[in-house]
Design a protein around this ligand. Sequence first.
Ligand code: GTP
Ligand code: SPV
Ligand code: MN
Length: 603
Amino acid sequence: MVTNKHVLSWIEEMAALTCPDKIVWIDGSEEQAEALRAEACSTGEMIKLNEEKLPGCYLHHTAVNDVARVENRTFICTSKKEDAGTINNWMDPKECYEKLGKLYKGAMKGRTMYVIPYSMSVVGSDFAKNGIELTDSIYVVLNMIIMTRVGLNVLEAMGTDGDFIKGLHARANMDENERYICHFPEDNTIWSINSGYGGNVLLGKKCFALRIASYLGKNEGWMAEHMLILGIENPQGEIKYISAAFPSACGKTNLAMLIPPENYRVKGYKVWCVGDDIAWIRKGPDGRLWACNPENGFFGVAPGTNVNSNPNALASTMEGTIFTNVAHNLDDNTVWWEGLDKNPPKNALNWRGEQWDYTKYDKNDKVKTSGAHPNSRFTAPAKNCPCISAEFNNPAGVPLTAIIFGGRRAKTAPLVYQSFNWTHGTFVGSIMASETTAAASGAVGVVRRDPMAMIPFCGYAMGDYFQHWLDMENIADVVPKIFHVNWFRLDENGNFMWPGFGDNFRILEWIIKRCEGTVDAVETAIGYVPKAEDINLEGLDYEICEGHKFGLDDLKSILTVDKDAWLEDFANIKEFYAAKIGDKLPAALQKEYDDQLARLQSL
Ligand code: GTP
Ligand code: SPV
Ligand code: MN
């Protein structure tokens, strides 16, 4: 069956190290997946949910200390330290193999090693990349089956000698002090141990499709980005594609599946989802940049998802979905999370699996009092999504008209602005910042700089990554226009000043018009900002706070460029550049910084 000798010898070596009782190849068949689901339910690893209400859906609880990515335990292991940069944690590859080798030793004794052959992007297509993940977790197997394209046909696509990304995952003893997520970009290898949570263990996702792939992209002239991809169809049936990079839990899934406001829908505007988290971008045959989504499912944030905020995401989770760390409604064996509806279940278990009293919920202490963990997730097949793009399975991807950067900023960043050109746009990406979220362990709500939303995911030095962005302008014949958005401005009472969600379409419309050259803008120190009258507010019905409806003045206030706030931000950018990018900062970006600072100072 398997003819690739590298595959066989590597599996033999890893089995000799981890000593599983048996080895099972995942063939991609429904029968095998169903048998694994039954096995996971028999051991309590998963709970089968109400078959009528949520057919084929399951619930899983991770360990209480294992609910998010662990950036401080994530390493890039390149032979030269400088290749990993100053932001990534670094370990010498030899030292890391030795250190983790000891932890893996015998770690699968008494357990089964599952061999998962998977493809990122359409199996066997030009731009697809193959991987094999070895794991002792059925939960990982079942998630990978949803998130990637799994099956024996991937081995065929690999051929007798083809390359693949070697991923090894063992739950071991789940000791958080010995938890490691290590990447060896020079060896196409990923080693993950002592975790059972999403981004740490579904190795096709952040580990491969971003950290390893960004390294490959740098060497091969393409890009791997933390971006959603969507198509906007106008009433004439023309579709334009946009990608957008926002940090974790900052709105990618929501924007990717957006439903336009009623006044646009009646005219025939539609949004199509190509991807919600990762984009691989390369020059297409027409010289433009084309983006494809290498994944096959959505690993989405559950809290806040509801029939109004994101009906398409909710619909995607109604069948064949795995829920992780949400609340379990015992009355009807379904699931619940904060923000799903206003009826928390009376008889339920919280994300820790304990009896839960919804009346004790305290929004200032969510981790302790909520039903669902703030980073609870659903793993849903992309094909379930009502607005999935017809191009989803097109391995060529889609041509990009615009690229959007964005973050969660209570102040400073206006609702939307456009960069002057590609170099300035790269600068705009490089100075991105956002308040931290529950998607990674650590403090929540602290502003940190997160260039291109790639701080946790770039597999090499950030300064070299900036240079690669600049170089892409020469690789492509035509580049997309670059914008920046912020849906998260707060007023002095802590209320969101912009309705967000479906109403973000109003901003996407302005962006498309800018690309077409059919709308004017105001040139400011930071870029082009809309004239407030050019944002269509027809039918917008949003109360910022009780009795105060959103209007043109509110729009104006979130479009302003506040000199003092920006100067403060620039001081912080300067520190960040000096401490984290250092000598690797491209001169072109230093120039953009100097020029923009001068423009701000002269305001
Ligand atoms: P990852 O999967 O971690 O990469 O997250 P993501 O970027 O896909 O974020 P997602 O769309 O899941 O949104 C995260 C949180 O932000 C959810 O609680 C959403 O309800 C909230 N959110 C998304 N879009 C908006 C918006 O336009 N306005 C506001 N106020 N909140 C939003
Ligand atoms: C993110 O944190 O950006 C996610 C979830 O998309 S994880 O797979 O854990 O990285
Ligand atoms: Mn993400």
